[in-house]
Design a protein around this ligand. Structure first.
Ligand code: PKZ
Length: 216
């Protein structure tokens, strides 16, 4: 971590979290400004290019200097997790969270949550296919979303099982669907599917637990 990173630990007086997540929906399209989506896309491209890059020594030297300068500037604008745009920008893919595979929600209703999701070069597992861990990340987020829709409350993943049925391609719009199969008290049983066209890539079977008030 750089010096700028050390300086960047900023605290906020109010206590904006509840049950381990945001107390308020914090729905905003303002934080980060109108070009935050373009910024996120450039970061994703950086990750994609870094994944496949084979720079020579001279370029590595140059890139390290550029990245150091960039990281210092970014670190200066860090804020706590509750106020950062990432995760709250509902106008952007995956709510502006660049650590998630980008997805755009197309349906939210009694049948759950449906989204168009694209794994990118950064998500490579091998042989042009998505890494299984990234598939699980996608299911966790969209599954958590479906749980939130079903119970109108925050929940945490207790378990999440993925059945990998066929290769999940990169750079291909996929259809991810998660829905509440049943609810028993605080337990929300979530199921999910990931399709490339008509081909089933993976299935999810997960349990989310509704958090008690103040639960971490
Ligand atoms: C701003 C814009 C908004 C837009 C729209 C919002 C969309 C917003 C989407 C966000 C999407 C994020 C989605 C990420 C979600 C994570 O990734 S969360 C992070 C990963 N998960 C964790 O770190 C959880 C770690 N584990 C824990 O904290 C605790 O074990 C848990 C899961 C909270 C459960 O603990 P607990 O509350 O003490 O529950 P406990 O009393 O032990 O168990 C309750 C019941 O569940 C059962 N149970 C608990 N664990 C298990 C298990 N592993 N297996 C089977 N049964 C279990 C118990 O047996 C018990 O059953 P009953 O006796 O009631 O029949």
């Amino acid at each position: 971590m750089s010096e700028a990173n050390d300086r960047a630990v900023e605290t906020v007086d109010e206590d904006p979290h509840e049950g381990g997540f945001r107390a308020h929906a914090a729905i905003t399209t303002d934080r980060g400004g109108p070009r935050y989506g373009e910024f996120s896309e450039q970061v994703r491209l950086l990750m994609d290019n870094a994944r496949y890059a084979c720079p020579d020594d001279e370029l590595v030297d140059e890139l390290i200097e550029s990245l150091k300068a960039l990281n210092d500037r970014l670190a200066d604008s860090r804020i706590d997790e509750w106020h950062s745009p990432a995760g709250t920008r509902i106008d952007l893919p995956s709510r502006g969270n660049i650590t998630l595979p980008p997805y755009v929600v197309t349906e939210v209703n009694d049948n759950g949550v449906v989204a168009e999701l694209t794994f990118r070069d950064f998500h490579l597992g091998g042989n042009n296919a998505a890494h299984g861990g990234h598939v699980a990340v996608a299911f966790d987020d969209v599954g958590g979303f479906a749980s939130a829709v079903a119970i109108q409350h925050v929940s945490r993943t207790a378990y999440l099982t993925v059945q990998y049925r066929s290769i999940t391609p990169l750079n291909t719009p996929l259809r991810i669907h998660a829905w509440a199969d049943r609810i028993e008290g605080r337990k929300v049983f979530i199921k999910g599917t990931l399709y490339d066209g008509d081909r089933l890539c993976a299935e999810m079977d997960a349990l989310f637990i509704k958090l008690n008030p103040g639960q971490a």
